[in-house]
Every structure is written in C-alpha cells, then in structure tokens.
Design a protein around this ligand. Structure first.
Ligand SMILES: Nc1ncnc2c1ncn2[C@@H]1O[C@H](COP(=O)(O)OP(=O)(O)O)[C@@H](O)[C@H]1O
Ligand SMILES: [Mg+2]
Length: 304
C-alpha cells in the first residue's frame, strides 16, 4: 500500500510524555541510519507509532503486513506476462506445437521500489512471514544492497537509496504462525520494547478515540487497568477495550451508572476480549462467569 490515506487516523495521534519518549528515541535511531523495530503485545501502539514515525520522516511510505504466504517474489519482484499458445491440427486432434512467448517483464515488488526510491518501509508484524521471504532484508539492512534474482536481466545489485528507512513491528506473544526471527535480521535493527500504555496515555487515547470527557474516561480506564492487572489472560484486554467501552457509553446520552446496561457494557466487552480462557487468581470452573464476577466487583468499587 502506497497511500497517504493511512495517515488519516494520525489526526487523533496522542502525545503524552510516554509517547514522546518513544518517538524521540526512535527518531534518533532513524536519523543515525538504523532500522527501528517496535516489539510488544497486541494493543501497545506498535502500528500507530510506526505510522507516526514514518510521517515524521516525511518520505513516501510503503506499508506491508507480514504474511505466511509471502515469497521473495512478493517482496522483491518477479517476472510477469508469461504466455503460452498451442497450435492444434483439427484432423489429428493432437497438439502439434506449443509456443512459449518469452516476452516476460520484470515487475518490481514493494521492497524493491522502496529501496530504489528511498521510501520509508513499514513492515508490520514481519515475523508472520517465513524467514525465506524475509532473507532479502539481510543484505538491504546490512550491506545496503539488494541482490536481484538472476531471472531479472540487467543489474544484479541495487544500491539502497540513502533515504530508505525501514520500520518493523512484531508481537513476541504470538504463538501461532510466527517464525522465530532470524537472529541475523534482528541483529540489524534497534528494538524498542513496548508494553501496555501508562495510565495517562491510555486515558488520553480513550478520550481522543471515543469523544468521552476526561473525567468519565478516567474511570473507564481505571476499571480496565485494574481488570488487566488482576489476572493472567490468554488475551489481555488492551486499550482497545477502554476505547470500545467509552465509545458505547458515550453514545448513550444521559446513561446513568446505576442503569444495568452501563455495567453490562463493561462485562460484555471485557469478557469477550478475554474469551473465557482465563485463570484469575485461583478461580476454577466457569471461566467466563468468574471473569464477569471480577468485572462486576471492580465496577461496583469504582461506581459506588
Ligand atoms: N499515540 C496514539 N494516539 C492515539 N491513538 C493511539 C495511539 N497509540 C495507539 N492508539 C490506538 O490504540 C489502539 C492500539 O494501537 P495499535 O497501534 O493498533 O497497537 P498494536 O499495533 O500494538 O496492536 C488503536 O486503536 C490505536 O488507534
Ligand atoms: Mg498492529
């Protein structure tokens, strides 16, 4: 995707000291010529930060999402326009001749284009791709050359444009469909580890994304954060849960905290994120039911 529309969501980009610190560090590394890698669990702001950083760099942006199906051709390029024609004799009913038209044309893929023109590459969730597909990045980040496949006639090596920048994101908690990053590749980037936002930032993001006033959003976020800290969940509720709860409640005009629906929104959103696969303290049995009870207790504590 090569589109400035991806920056539309940046209008509500929140900058608290927590966020500013990350941006400053990342920009310092980029300016020194190093690729930056934001690593952290879901909902910790990796993709948003990568996009904001790319916007600050100010070059055209190529955004790709890691994918198990990626091959080197998808990233570097390949031959296109392969055609084959057959000459058939109507009396013999068999193929007499197969003609291959070798008018193949090389088509650059996204990484080649970015390397050639000095664009900013955002490679979101890059560990979801197979190491074979990502191998091409080794020489790009290391020796600053892209080795072109032999099938492409002409230049074998493409010098990386001096303005080319690469920003990566990955989630170390993903267990399915993720390949262990090749050490050599990770060695060539500077990794910034992210965790869930601090309270101030989570409140600011919730306000920005839901329109809810700060005083109300504070309470929503505190409940979500207390819930997050209370147990070990397979899917820990992220800032997205805070945003969702605030959005729903904010749309219901004059909804009183005493209204059963108000509490139900917390229960529905927090138990759907945690998906019932939880261990809260020593609670056993009906996981979803016990999760709901934890949410209720927290709700009663904060809204009494
Ligand atoms: N600095 C920020 N300003 C505003 N919203 C943000 C900011 N950082 C993250 N968000 C919002 O928080 C949510 C999670 O962020 P995201 O970048 O998707 O996380 P990740 O890529 O780590 O899963 C999204 O709804 C995103 O819009
Ligand atoms: Mg993301």
């Amino acid at each position: 995707m090569r589109d400035h529309k991806i920056f539309q969501s940046m209008e509500k980009f929140v900058q608290t000291p927590y966020v500013q610190d990350l941006i400053e560090r990342a920009l310092a590394y980029v300016r020194a010529g190093f690729p930056v890698h934001f690593r952290g669990p879901a909902g910790t702001g990796k993709t948003t930060l990568a996009m904001y950083l790319a916007q600050q760099i100010g070059r055209q942006v190529v955004l790709i999402h890691g994918n198990d199906d990626f091959s080197p051709t998808d990233l570097v390029g390949g031959l296109q326009g392969y055609k084959m024609s057959k000459i058939v004799d109507n009396f013999i009913h068999s193929v007499l001749k197969t003609e291959e038209q070798l008018n193949l044309r090389w088509q650059d893929a996204c990484i080649t284009e970015a390397v050639r023109n000095g664009y900013t590459l955002i490679y979101d969730e890059f560990t979801r791709s197979k190491p074979e597909a990502n191998n091409v990045l080794l020489s790009i980040l290391g020796e600053k050359v892209l080795e072109m496949p032999i099938v492409r006639k002409g230049e074998r090596y493409l010098q990386v444009h001096p303005h080319f920048t690469a920003i990566f994101t990955s989630n170390p908690e993903e267990y399915a469909g993720v390949y262990k990053t090749q050490d050599a590749l990770r060695d060539r980037m500077i990794t910034i580890d992210l965790n869930h936002f601090d309270e101030e930032t989570e409140i600011a993001i919730t306000v920005a994304k839901s329109g809810m006033p700060v005083e109300k959003a504070e309470r929503v976020v505190r409940i979500v954060r207390s819930f997050r800290e209370k147990g070990k969940y397979e899917f820990t509720p992220t800032v997205r849960a805070s945003i969702a709860i605030a959005k729903v409640i904010h749309l219901q005009e004059n909804l009183d905290a005493g209204d059963p629906f108000f509490k139900q929104v917390f229960i529905d959103i927090l138990t759907s994120e945690t998906c019932g696969t939880v261990t809260i303290g020593k609670t056993n049995g009906n996981a979803k039911g016990s999760t709901a009870r934890v949410v209720e207790q927290l709700f009663d504590r904060y809204y009494s």
